[in-house]
Write a protein that binds this ligand. Structure first.
Ligand SMILES: Cc1ncc(COP(=O)(O)OP(=O)(O)O)c(N)n1
Ligand SMILES: Cc1nc(C(=O)O)sc1CCOP(=O)(O)O
Ligand SMILES: [Mg+2]
Length: 553
């Protein structure tokens, strides 16, 4: 069988270097074996009859960790998390634990020589993209791992410094701390300690507040990893789950509501594996962490009521009861609040009135400056809507703009749209999130502060607030006015887009409210019920730019 690289994939490189810039012994981008820079690399190949075949390389994580006989954590959690996130997972087992939901009853450490042999088997052959480490129970095992990583460099190293199990059992003693600090951490792209592990790595300091977590992240970063995620799940007195990410320059406070459940065994392993999976797909670090956190939250939500074992901490449902089978293993478009700046909501009745197709209308709106498109079809046949939606996804992605579907989760899934917009009488946003998965964009219409708060809890990405002005486009719509918009913006943790009766003449007053989380305006008739969409969009775009610069000055 003859293989040759397919050129269209050659430019698809990873956005991150292999090892930490401070690492003394490992050169950056060292690559001795295979062209690993080609994510999802495709090979054009011929079989014996000369028929072309396409082979696709899927992202590959190697987990170096301990086995958990109860399968909630360790190697078993890593493999399930990777399967759920659409990447391949090989495994090097460092220890076999006898474990259940009560605790750890026994540990059998695998010999250094055999860990080394496993590492060699996988790394010498299988084109690993990202290595993720979990339980590393002896100094010798950390040493052989570091040696292997020098010999077989990979794209990224995720170190979950597992020391104590959720049940409080010791999985790696203090003897490994020095080799962690001196050898492994400087090689890592990210380390993901919880509060107890961060404290142990820092010699036993007390971490009780978010400020303490930031300080710990900075001190751990000084040990050499490119970035640090200190997980605050154990932080006392916090209603939310708060993690601190530090990339050496900036701190990011990542906050999410806690899922009320005892089924949390293995969340640390799962989060680190999910981060590794996103990195292997090509996401930058912060994005990888956000997606991984959402995945863990969704999995906890799915598993919150399951009963496995009699102990205090049960496993959860990594595969989300296999309900979300339509997750894509390809990289999804990232939501940026600035996408809401000029939000075009389509209307096919208006398009028909002006004698044009939906695809022409979408193209013209984007060329005029629309930053995001929503397909809103109240009466279309599903089949016809789906075909239009598929064509519009292509157009939007060609221009690098996200496309959302109004109301119809099924259509959004079927055409692999970037997300959906739902209102208060549509499917609840938390269910939309579980159906669409952690990466898709979800917007929710909100007219009150309570609705805005709920949208945030439900895992939405933004809210739409209106009607700011009276509109003929949506029957019986309640007008909340500029004051209503201001009240909702003040209550919202999410970015807001204003909607309802907005056009190039009154958009200024909306922007001049000066609310920091008000990112833009959504419009239907001012763009689509006009003869020339391109010039109307340009006009509105110019008004918005003018208004924003006035607010800033
Ligand atoms: C950006 C944006 N904001 C609000 C809406 C309205 O959604 P909803 O309340 O569900 O009403 P319908 O659009 O479904 O009639 C929206 N579509 N987009
Ligand atoms: C779809 C929609 N939702 C609204 C809300 O208030 O939530 S107002 C509206 C219609 C917006 O159309 P136009 O820009 O033509 O006024
Ligand atoms: Mg709706």
């Amino acid at each position: 069988m003859a293989f040759c690289s397919c050129n269209q994939f050659l430019s698809s490189t990873y956005p991150f270097p292999i090892f930490n810039k401070n690492s003394k012994s490992v050169p950056k981008f060292l690559n001795s074996r295979v062209p690993q820079s080609l994510q999802f690399q495709a090979y054009m190949s011929m079989d014996q009859c000369g028929v072309p075949l396409t082979k696709i390389k899927i992202p590959h994580i190697l987990t170096v960790a301990g086995s958990d006989s109860g399968a909630g954590a360790g190697i078993q959690a890593d493999i399930k998390a990777c399967a759920a996130r659409g990447v391949y997972c090989s495994s090097v087992i460092t220890a076999v634990t006898a474990q259940n939901t009560v605790g750890v009853q026994g540990v059998d450490i695998v010999s250094e020589a055999f860990v080394s042999q496993q590492l060699n088997s996988v790394l010498s052959d299988m084109q690993v993209d990202v290595v993720k480490t979990g339980m590393l129970p002896s100094l010798g095992i950390v040493n052989v791992l570091c040696q292997s990583l020098r010999h077989f460099p990979v794209r990224a190293l995720v170190v979950d410094p597992v020391m104590v199990s959720t049940s409080g059992d010791i999985l790696a003693g203090p003897s490994i701390l020095s080799v962690f600090r001196e050898e492994l951490l400087p090689m890592a792209d990210i380390i993901t300690p919880n509060i107890k592990e961060a404290s142990a790595l820092l010699g036993g300091v007390q971490l009780e507040t978010i400020a303490d977590m930031c300080s710990a992240a900075k001190q751990l970063h000084a040990m050499g990893p490119r970035s640090v995620l200190v997980k605050g799940g154990d932080l006392p007195d916090s209603l939310d789950a708060v993690d601190i990410f530090f990339d050496g320059k900036q701190y990011h406070e990542l906050r999410s509501s806690r899922v009320k459940t005892h089924n949390t065994h293995g969340t640390g392993c799962t989060l680190a594996s999910a981060i590794a999976a996103e990195l292997a797909k090509g996401s930058p670090m912060l994005r990888a962490i956000k997606v991984a956190k959402r995945y863990v939250e969704t999995a906890l939500e799915y598993g919150k009521d399951i009963v496995i074992g009699n102990g205090p901490q049960g496993p959860f449902d990594h595969l989300l009861r296999l309900k979300r089978g339509l997750y894509s293993s390809t990289k999804q478009m990232e939501f940026n609040p600035s996408d809401l700046f000029l939000y075009a909501v389509t209307d096919s009745v208006m398009n028909e009135r002006w004698g044009r197709t939906m695809t022409d209308a979408v193209k013209a709106a984007i060329e005029g400056g629309a930053t995001i498109i929503q397909l809103r079809e109240k009466d279309a046949d599903t089949r016809e809507f789906l075909e239009t939606a598929k064509a519009c996804v292509e157009i939007c992605h060609f221009y690098g703009k996200p496309l959302l579907i109004n109301d119809r989760i099924d259509v959004a899934l079927a055409c692999d749209a970037d997300g959906v917009h739902v209102g208060q009488s549509d499917m609840p946003a938390h269910l939309v999130r579980t159906l669409l998965g952690p990466e898709k964009i979800i917007g929710v219409s909100c007219k009150t502060p309570e609705q805005a708060k709920q949208a945030w809890i439900d895992g939405a990405d933004y809210i739409g607030c209106g009607g700011v002005y009276p509109t003929n486009t949506k029957a019986n719509n309640v007008t909340v006015g500029l004051e209503g918009l201001r009240t909702v913006c003040l209550a919202s943790n999410l970015p807001v887009v204003a909607i309802g009766g907005i056009n190039a003449s009154n958009a200024r007053s909306v922007i001049e409210l000066g609310m920091p989380n008000l990112e833009g305006v959504a419009v239907v008739s001012a763009l689509f019920d006009r003869e020339n969409i391109l010039s109307e969009t340009r006009n509105l775009h110019a008004s918005l730019i003018q208004a924003v610069s006035k607010v800033k000055s």
